[in-house]
Design a protein around this ligand. Structure first.
Ligand SMILES: O=C(O)c1ccccc1NCC(=O)[C@H](O)[C@H](O)COP(=O)(O)O
Length: 266
């Protein structure tokens, strides 16, 4: 199963890093950072869809996407284009990302930054904060409920915001059970790679009213942003479509598509 393998690989890589950088040291580094940026404020529902723009070099489903030699510059373009937060894939094996990418991006932008990885241990959460992350992705399908609750609590304790990712109504219920305030619905099945843009609309009403609703993946054109907005998304998370071409122009088109239409009462 791809998700289980990705998670096992990410945990193994973190264990390797822990050999030279033990948990106590990472914890000290995490606690000495400036406070995390307020992602819930940055992503709060508005009359228009907000965008989390992702630094994504490669993926298991699509292979190499873009070399992105300077992730900080890429993220700066996203900020210039109107993104509300940045996502950085830090998984190295299949996505070609790193914690160095995360650190570089957090230094370059003033927006909240998400560590997007396959997180399953407290060590990885501490590493995220130590590298400047403001948000941490927790994938419900990869975690048993007690571990999901434990990691969620740790992310909050460190002053960061957990983005709790789901892919079914049951997983949305599990996110609600731990009090998630930022809930993602990923259109991509992380094991089969199938994309289902309508999944968000089918499960959105299960997301607690006080939570911010994030539609993740499968935005290739402005119409896809409009589709997610019509289904109730507050935020969309976009990777592949932004890593080639002109991200500032692309973001402009996506943001326009996520704005109220003429005649619609804002
Ligand atoms: O993108 C993949 O192929 C993938 C495969 C297995 C696990 C996770 C994967 N991607 C992570 C993401 O969820 C996306 O990077 C993110 O939502 C943006 O998606 P997109 O806009 O479709 O690039």
């Amino acid at each position: 199963m791809v998700l289980a393998d990705l998670t096992a690989g990410a945990v193994e890589d973190a264990q390797q890093r822990a050999v030279t950088r033990p948990l106590a040291e990472v914890e000290r580094a995490a606690l000495s950072r400036q406070p995390a940026r307020d992602a819930l404020a940055a992503l709060a529902p508005a009359d228009r869809v907000k965008i989390i723009a992702e630094v994504k070099r490669a993926s298991p489903s699509r292979g190499d996407l873009a070399s992105i030699p300077d992730p900080a510059h890429q993220a700066s373009l996203y900020e210039q284009g109107g993104a509300s937060a940045i996502s950085v894939l830090t998984e190295g094996r299949r996505f070609k990302g790193s914690l160095a990418d995360l650190e570089a991006v957090t230094t370059a932008v003033s927006l909240p930054v998400l560590r997007k990885d396959f997180i399953a241990t407290p060590y990885q959460v501490l590493e995220a904060r130590a590298s400047g992350a403001d948000l941490v992705l927790l994938i419900v399908a990869a975690l048993e409920q007690p571990l999901l609750a434990e990691l969620h609590a740790l992310v909050l304790e460190l002053g960061m915001t957990p983005l709790v990712e789901t892919h079914s109504a049951d997983e949305v219920s599990r996110a609600a059970d731990i009090g998630a305030r930022l809930v993602g619905v990923n259109a991509r099945d992380l094991s089969t790679f199938e994309l289902d843009r309508d999944l968000f609309g089918r499960v959105a009403d299960r997301i607690p009213a006080d939570a911010i609703k994030v539609a993740e993946s499968a935005v290739l054109a402005p119409a896809d942003v409009a589709h997610y907005r019509a289904a109730g998304a507050d935020v969309v998370l976009i990777g592949e479509a932004l890593v080639t071409g002109d991200p500032v122009a692309t973001l402009g088109a996506f943001l326009a598509a996520g704005a109220p239409t003429e005649g619609e009462s804002a």
